[in-house]
Structure formats: C-alpha cells, structure tokens
Design a protein around this ligand. Sequence first.
Ligand code: NAD
Ligand code: MG
Length: 400
Amino acid sequence: MQRLSQNGAADATRGLAILGATGSVGTQTLDVVRLFPDRFDVQALTCDSNVELLADQVREFRPACVAVGAPERAEVLKRELSGAASEVDIRVGTEGLCAVASRSDVDVVMGAVVGFAGLRPVLEALRADKQVALANKETLVVGGALVTQALEEGGGQLLPVDSEHSAIFQCMAGEAERSVEDVVLTASGGPFWDRPAETFPDVTVKEALDHPNWSMGPKITIDSATMMNKGLEVIEAKWLFDLNVDQIEVLVHPQSIVHSMVSFADGAVKAQLGVPDMKVPIQYALSFPARWPAPHERLDWGALSRLDFERPDPQKFPCLRLAYEALQAGGTAPAVLNAANEVAVERFLNEEIGFTDIPRAVETALERLPVHSDPGLEVLVDADREARHLVKELALPTPN
Ligand code: NAD
Ligand code: MG
C-alpha cells in the first residue's frame, strides 16, 4: 500500500496472471476480464485440482503458462488440452505458482489462492515489481511484515480485493496519510448471527456453508460462520493500512451494503456502499485509479428500508477474540492462528469435528505453541507446519 501510486497504468493492455483462477474470486476475475477484453492479456492461470475447469479457461483465454497443484494433475491437464492449446507451459506446485507470479510478460497478479499457499508467490510477485491485487488475506495474516518489507524494498504495489479493505482504500483516496482516526470493518455476521449459541455444537456443514449474502469458496464461507473471517480481516487491515489494533473496530451489519468505513481526525466519517458483489472490488483493484463503466448491479435506495449495525458478541464468536489476541501477541502467533484454523476448517468440512471445535482447536494451538518474534519466512513456515500437525492430531469430540 505504501508504494501505491495515484498514476497507475490501468488504461493500457496489461499482462495478467491469476493465482487460483478456478475459485470464486478467480472465476469472477475472469468475468471482469470478459467485460474488458482489450485491457488484459491473460498470460498465466493456476489451480490446485480443478483441472477440467482450468482446461476450459485455457481454451478460452490462451495463456502462455499454467500451474497446477501436483504432477499427476499436470498429466490430466495435458490430456485435456491435447490439440490446439497443447503448447501451454505447465508448471507444478509452489515453484509453479512462484514462476507464474514473476513472469516477465505479467504486469498484474491476482492473488486468489486460498490459505497460506499464497504467501510465497505473492512475495515473489512483489520482489519482481508486479502490481498485486490481493484477495488472499491469509498471506497478510501470516506474512504481513514480510509483504510490507518487500513493498518497501522493491517496485511492487499492493491493491486490496477483499471488499472491506477495498472500501477502506476507496475512503482513504485523496486523504492525508495521518488523518485517519480509526476504521470500522463491517461483517455480515454470517448465517448464525441470530442463532442461540447453545445450539452451535449442532451446526451442520450444510448450515455453515449457507451464507446469507455472499457466494464464496468453502473455506472463507466457514470462516464467515465462525467470524474468523473478520478476525483475519482485522489483521489484514493492520498491515494494509498501517493501523494499530485499537484503531480497528468490527461491527455486524447484516445487510452487507456498507462495506466498511473510515473516521478522520476532524470527526468526519466516509463509508463505501454497494450491492454485495465481489466483481466490484475485483474490478477496482484492476482498474485503479480509474473506474471503468460496468453493468454490475446498482443499489436500489428506495428498496433499502434500513441499515443495522451491532457490536459482535465475543463470547458467541471466540474466533474474533482469538484473532485480536494473536495480532497483539505478534511474531508467529497469527501464523499459528491461521494454520490451526485452516486445518480445523478442513476437519469440520470433512465432518471429523464439530463447529465449536474450530475455535477450541485454534485456542489450543495458540496456547501450546511458542511465539517467535520477528520471524523470517522459514520460521513462519515452521510455525505453520507445527500448528497444522498439532490440529491434525488433536483429539476433539466428533459431531453428533
Ligand atoms: P476458492 O476455494 O473458491 O478458490 C481457491 C483457488 O485457489 C482455487 O483456484 C484453487 O484451485 C486454488 N488453491 C486452493 N488451494 C491451493 C493450494 N494449496 N495451492 C495452490 N492453489 C490452491 O476460494 P475463494 O473463495 O476464491 O477465496 C480465495 C481467497 O480470496 C481466500 O484467501 C479468501 O479468503 C479471499 N476472499 C474471497 C472472497 C470471495 O468472495 N470468495 C472475498 C474476499 C476474500
Ligand atoms: Mg471480506
């Protein structure tokens, strides 16, 4: 963010790489590209396992390079692509993601991988002076200090894609650097905002995946139900906007119309509003500082009867408290929080543990694992590995 220029080159045709092209953010990024085909040369696309969809995307966008999660998937992709698009360069794993992110024909990298896997390629992209549109919040949660360092040392730029952070970024445009007093991140509250906490142990995977306002990938949807998503976003905001913990407040706003707000030193408050549609912040990260005319759904002010705001209950949603505590502890604590949460969410989705075991697992990992201050990448990777191992092995009550 520090290196953000008000004179971006968003009007020229630019080489685009999408990390996580087959996911919710990745496919919506391609929807934006379809709206503005002259603005982008899609040079690289990646996915973990959905090679059938990736093959369709390759046939449509003709990238020079792709990356997939494992060698056997590269073989499947080769078979899928036999014929016209068979000359595409196929890379594998983290090395593949890093190669894609730093290609010379790529100007802009959309970071839309889910989880810790996004950190290394984002660092590579910034070190190669790319403009990075970042959806992958876990990258900043785990490696915010390293990302900040890469921005300070190189010619890379970072633009937020997460809707709340895009809102804050839009509110801050044109404002003097030290004029921000605090920010409010709005949260939908997820599907269980009104549900009595006593029934949380009975929450099923299907119920937790049923988000009221946003259609997203499974991991972030579960994070929204536990409110860990908002906790991760608090840490994300700290790094993007250079804020202290006590400058970041969370308010539940069930309508998801106000995407976030910023209070300034003179008492003025700016908010950014709109229909909940990720294509809007995705497009802004790609068009900044321009705004390209687009047919995204408009707010119908007359149909908006009310906008509600409420403080979240930290007893009911312990993940939010845990994220604030990890941010305050600093060092490797947010990496432990993130890794423990990634594994706990996966175990919940596999129906191995219950919904309330997610915060239990994260809290256990934070209690048991030491905090190392000022970690480099290798120390973060170790902390991530230890927390994953701990939560994978943790005996927790299974759901009914
Ligand atoms: P998703 O699960 O729909 O897609 C994830 C993408 O990353 C897929 O292409 C998948 O193949 C790839 N991927 C998954 N694991 C990988 C790995 N280990 N290595 C390489 N590639 C891998 O996820 P999503 O909902 O699109 O979210 C992506 C990121 O954006 C997350 O960090 C999420 O928190 C953030 N985000 C998403 C939304 C949204 O509306 N979906 C909104 C704000 C922020
Ligand atoms: Mg968000």
